[in-house]
Ligand binder design. Sequence first.
Ligand SMILES: Cc1cc2nc3c(=O)[nH]c(=O)nc-3n(C[C@H](O)[C@H](O)[C@H](O)COP(=O)(O)O)c2cc1C
Length: 565
Amino acid sequence: MLAEHKQKVFENFLQDLSGDELTWVNGYLNGIVSKNSEKKEAVALKPAVNKITITYGTETGNSKKIATDFAAKAKKSGINVKLVSLDQYRLNDLTKEEYFFTVVSTHGDGEPPAATKKFYDHIHNNGFRFDKLKYGVLALGDTSYPLFCKTGEDIDEQLGKLGGNRIAPLKKCDLEFDEDANQWLEKVFQTLSTPSQTEIKMPAAPTEVKKTSTKKTYTGTVLANININDRGSNKETYHIELAVEEPEYEPGDSVGIVPENLNSVVEEVLALTGIDRNKEIEYRDEWFTVFDLLKKRVNIIQLAPSVVKKYAALVGQTIPDGKIDLTDLLKIYPAKDAAQFEEALALLNPIAPRLYTIASSPEAHSGEVHLTIEKDEFHVDDELKFGLCSEYLGEVKIDNEIKFFVQKNKRFRLPAEDKDIIMIGPGTGIAAFRSFLAERDSKDATGKNWLFFGEQHFATDFLYQTEIQNWSDIGVLTKVNVAFSQDQEDRIFVHHKMLEHAAELYDWIQQGAYVYVCGQKDPMSVLVENTLLQIIEQSGNKTKEEAKKYLDELKEMGRYSKDVY
Ligand SMILES: Cc1cc2nc3c(=O)[nH]c(=O)nc-3n(C[C@H](O)[C@H](O)[C@H](O)COP(=O)(O)O)c2cc1C
């Protein structure tokens, strides 16, 4: 409001102005107003809190990157920051914390990253209460997965249950997380700058998720599906070639495939429930016949405990906790009738995509995508079972179609063509390195290439032996070392081969080589990493701490990368 005399002067002034002049005055005043509010904001964003803890739980580095940016910004604005990975976090400190933030991703089938497991179990299993904790969780995930951002959700909920004060609402981010993460950080900084707000307990408002992973779905036509283990092997590994129109990927990327349920299992479910296979029903905003829903969309094997719990409530029975196949569930705790089973269908989770590292090179195998799939076998109560996706892929026939998306892996990339690389990839880990080698061969890359490969038996399990031999003969492969674990009395694995060549391996690294590990996470990649540390320590004359720092620096520089599962 203007005082009366001021308003008069102002109106007199405006009276004689032309349209253009009025527009100019309008802009001028706007400029003054926004400058003023910027000044006010700058004052408001001075932090009222002087110490915070920022933690992260990561598998592939995204959460760490965000947490590190967060810490840098907080330090810049004058806040004292403790930045720590959740696996290094001293759990006893938790109840002493006042301002605690965590950036955490979800992996596996809705599971915490390995480095977060200890923290996750600690807050879920140990009964304690917070009396002063104020916290915020930023969750990273991928909307293609049915259990989107599950770990972040769980941690956010549990810290609240233990008496923590949520001072920033949980934010769930899809793969393109930069914008959402920045918005969350802004909110956190606003909260930290306004002392009164920090005391307000925020509800766990479900944040709306912008779906940013608009991943392109490809259809591949099967050109070949060959078991590349020889007769007598304990394993079945399929080399699958797909014809794909203009696939966009780089060596190091993976494909995500949503497997279908086996016809025999779907038929068993239909028979157990008597539901009409052709009835059209809605599931998560899409319409399916009951048969198609059971075949292509819902997970019916190893149901998650949360699904079993909801089913128990629906059928009014007490069912013990744990994972169980839908067929077993229906046999032991049947649905009352087809109508009740239709309700149960809505409780099921969608089938999760499985990721497989691509074994082909865009340069060498244009218009194709190759995969290396080991048939996954396991026992449940003495019964032999197969992994859903590997069994599905093992049985696809020539000309069948497979739908997939490409999962980028920016942290597992070939370096410049003149750089040397060391590849450690036993078992199906060879997939990434078949891609790397084919790409380097096609591009006549001048860098040296050293491969470590391992399997059970030379005679039956030397995957891609002919190609590896050829690359070795023509000099694409500078060195190859193989370990066949069961061909002699003492088990020999790739890490033993690395040790045998410790001095040379260290020398390659010192000369700038990039190190890659692909394949089984545990124990393979753990043993390989420990061996690398041992080699750096011994050949580099370093202490344990120095060796660790050396390897950490290689990681930071992108010279030590893992694609493990
Ligand atoms: C093997 C694998 C499994 C994943 N499983 C899930 C999942 O179940 N739910 C989810 O929301 N995101 C899932 N993701 C996506 C990751 O959470 C996402 O890529 C995230 O940005 C990774 O962050 P990080 O680098 O900090 O680990 C999965 C990713 C991979 C590679």
